[in-house]
Design a protein around this ligand. Structure first.
Ligand code: SF4
Length: 215
């Protein structure tokens, strides 16, 4: 398929998914860039639903970066225990928040370069924060749903998230980068499930090379 045709197919995928999932958005509850940064760190290897059960109390208890930075590690670990990998996550939150407190006046920076310097913050977390807290399209967030659907939809043959992201950035118009991952995640949860995709109910069946309906 030529590059123009491929972009046309992707545009049709985006249009269809926007119609199907008009409510698609970041599913981590937050009301500030700091809250989103913390929630995103907690969401590694954990469902957003579980993170959302922990964060209301957490955000009340630690309203600023300085509060996380000053907390005894064991106490923070207890507070986030149910999201799993709590020692590493507590270390990342405290490392990032100490830097925010000491070098950014407690504010979460608005550039990829500065975000990547925060301990425990990799490109995916930075993309989530820039896209959803600051409305900046810095890239495409690639999580497990986005990886799986990109492969099934023939958008990327890569395995590493950073490489999948590069393919998606080439194919998807920049103004849709942030929404695109929310759309794929919504579709992955509802129809294009990991074990048994519901191809016969899928609005993308005519656009998808992995369509297994009727097989
Ligand atoms: S047709 Fe099947 S494999 Fe393709 S996107 Fe839809 S559910 Fe997923």
């Amino acid at each position: 398929m030529g590059a123009t045709e491929e972009k046309r197919r992707v545009a049709e995928i985006v249009r269809t998914l926007k119609r199907e999932y008009p409510e698609a958005r970041c599913s981590l509850d937050h009301s500030s860039p700091l809250e989103l940064l913390v929630a995103t760190i907690l969401s590694a290897q954990c469902t957003d639903e579980r993170v959302n059960r922990v964060t209301p109390e957490l955000f009340r208890k630690y309203p600023t970066a300085a509060d996380y930075a000053a907390a005894p590690a064991e106490e923070l670990e207890r507070d986030i225990h149910s999201t799993g990998f709590f020692r590493n996550k507590a270390k990342s939150i405290q490392g990032a928040c100490r830097r925010l407190r000491d070098e950014h006046g407690g504010r979460v920076p608005e550039t990829m370069e500065e975000l990547l310097k925060l301990p425990g913050v990799a490109r995916k977390t930075a993309n989530v924060v820039l896209g959803n807290a600051y409305g900046q399209a810095s890239g495409v967030v690639v999580d497990t749903h986005v990886s799986r659907l990109s492969e099934r939809l023939g958008l990327s043959a890569e395995k590493a998230p950073e490489k999948i992201e590069q393919d998606l950035m080439r194919l998807v118009p920049r103004e849709d980068w942030v929404l695109f991952s929310h759309l794929l995640i919504a579709h992955g949860r509802k129809i294009c499930k990991a074990r048994a995709p519901l191809c016969c109910e899928c609005p993308l069946e005519k656009l998808c090379p992995s369509n297994a309906c009727g097989q």
